[in-house]
Design a protein around this ligand. Structure first.
Ligand code: PLP
Length: 456
């Protein structure tokens, strides 16, 4: 077979891809017949495809390229680490400098007494770890019946058996016999779609109180933990009402339920603080991390765990670990990524400059006839498309039809913006400039105009 390179004609690359590559969350029909876009290079916030088109990536890949593309420092660190120590494990009383240094740095950045790191290769794996860790914690405390983990409908916590079970995505549960036992889902704090006539604040409180109801119904002595994303990402950037998280915290404290914040998207500056838990004012016992940890330059995830949980599980052998737990190259890349985020003041810039700038421009999209709501937290944004701004009604027919049209217009106009149903979402690299935000909003507006014209 000939060498397959960036220089091959796009159609040949597409044909090979359709013949041999199974894509996540795609149908083979889409891959074979709709023509996948082949991305060949990237720099800053811009992707280049095999046709030479330059595309503004308003999703930072899959919410992960916080530092933007093309940072040589990360490539240099990876090459250096590969030469020095490409691999060694962290099982059986061994360790290495990148794993030590990254854990120490994460303990410094994380709030409160979140001082310990268990490494994984991804966010999904880290949530598998969390499930076993919280159950082990309670078993060690003599309460092995405390096994149930409460999560939310429309949450996303990954694609492994535990991750997808903790997640609340019905289409995922419909495949492969999920959820696994002892996971319970309560309703999400999605005011726009589910809040009816209630104020945001009343609704937030009511949805948080579902946690208390579930604890009482299932039995306080059976609940191990509650898990939630500070802001649901893949569910459509659901920014909860301000009353939601304080009430969840109160309930977790009252019933001594462990609180797991899934920071896979919200972590590492996305919401204008190092962690979404800080933005939402919560104090988790465990934080799930991945994505922005290495800005996607190397696959790495993990759990940052508080003193109390580690003291308890440390008394036994935690029979759990991955070949790539603390992989030295991934850990070195992550550490360099954190160094740059910190030294260049990127998180502060999101909070003080680019976040507020995006908010002003993005929220102005609420004037568009197709937009029912436009919201931003840090550099995460969402717009709800609607045929009726007053009633917040959904479109007739299948949810996602209009969102898909809008996404296609975005792509045709060199903007990556994702749709979740009929919601459009963004999460650009944190290094995006104000001028690039202007371009993003201009292209999004053009896509909205074209969508509006198409469906009229
Ligand atoms: N948790 C959240 C909140 C996520 O958004 C994701 C991925 O999008 C995951 C977990 C799973 O992470 P990974 O895809 O690295 O397994």
């Amino acid at each position: 077979m000939n060498m397959i390179t960036n220089h091959m004609p796009t159609a040949e690359l597409q044909a090979l891809d359709a013949a041999h590559h199974i894509h996540p969350f795609s149908t083979q029909d889409e891959i074979a017949n709709k023509g996948v876009r082949v991305i060949t290079r990237a720099s800053g916030v811009t992707l280049t495809d095999s046709e030479g088109c330059e595309i503004l990536d308003a999703m930072a890949g899959l919410w992960c390229v916080n530092l933007g593309y093309g940072r040589d420092e990360l490539a240099d660190v990876a090459a250096r680490q590969m030469r020095e120590l490409p691999y060694y494990n962290t099982f059986f009383q061994t360790t290495h400098v990148p794993a030590i240094a990254l854990a120490a740095k994460l303990a410094e950045l994380a709030p409160g007494d979140l001082n310990h790191v268990f490494y994984a290769g991804s966010g999904s794996e880290a949530n598998d770890t969390n499930m076993r860790m919280v159950r082990t914690y309670w078993a060690q405390k003599g309460k092995p019946e405390k096994k149930i983990i409460i999560s939310r409908k429309n949450a996303y916590h990954g694609s492994t058996m535990a991750g997808a079970s903790l997640g609340g995505m019905t289409p995922m549960h419909e495949q492969g016999g999920l959820p696994i036992p002892d996971v319970h889902h309560i309703d999400q704090p999605h005011w726009y779609e589910e809040g009816g006539d209630m104020s945001r604040e009343e609704f937030g409180l009511q949805r948080a109180q579902e946690l208390e109801k579930a604890i009482l119904e299932l039995g306080e002595d059976k609940i191990a933990a509650f898990i939630g994303e500070p802001i649901q990402g893949a569910g459509g950037v659901v920014i909860p009402p301000s009353t939601y998280w304080p009430e969840i915290q109160r309930i977790c404290d009252k019933y001594e339920i462990l609180l797991i914040a899934d920071e896979v998207i919200c972590g590492f500056g996305r919401t204008g603080n190092w962690f979404g838990s800080q933005t939402m004012g919560i104090k988790p016992h465990i934080m799930t991390i991945a994505k922005g940890l290495s800005s996607g330059y190397a696959p790495i995830g993990g759990s940052i765990v508080c003193d109390e949980v580690v003291e308890v599980i440390g008394a036994c052998e935690f029979n759990h670990g991955y070949t790539y737990s603390g992989h030295p190259v991934a850990a070195a890349v992550a550490l360099e990524n954190l160094r740059i985020l910190e030294e260049e003041g990127i998180v502060d810039k999101v909070r003080e400059e680019t976040g507020p700038y995006l908010k002003e421009k993005w929220e102005a999209l609420e004037d568009h006839p197709l937009v029912g709501e436009a919201r931003v937290e840090g550099l995460m944004g969402t717009i709800a498309l609607t045929p009726n701004k007053e009633t917040r009604a959904p479109f007739a027919g299948d949810s996602g039809t209009v969102g898909y049209i809008c996404r296609e217009f975005c792509f045709a106009n060199n903007l990556v913006m994702r749709h979740v149903g009929d919601r459009m979402i963004i999460s650009p690299p944190l290094v995006i400039s104000k001028a690039e935000i202007d371009t993003l909003v201009e292209r999004a507006t053009m896509a909205l105009d074209l969508t509006f014209a198409r469906i009229k």
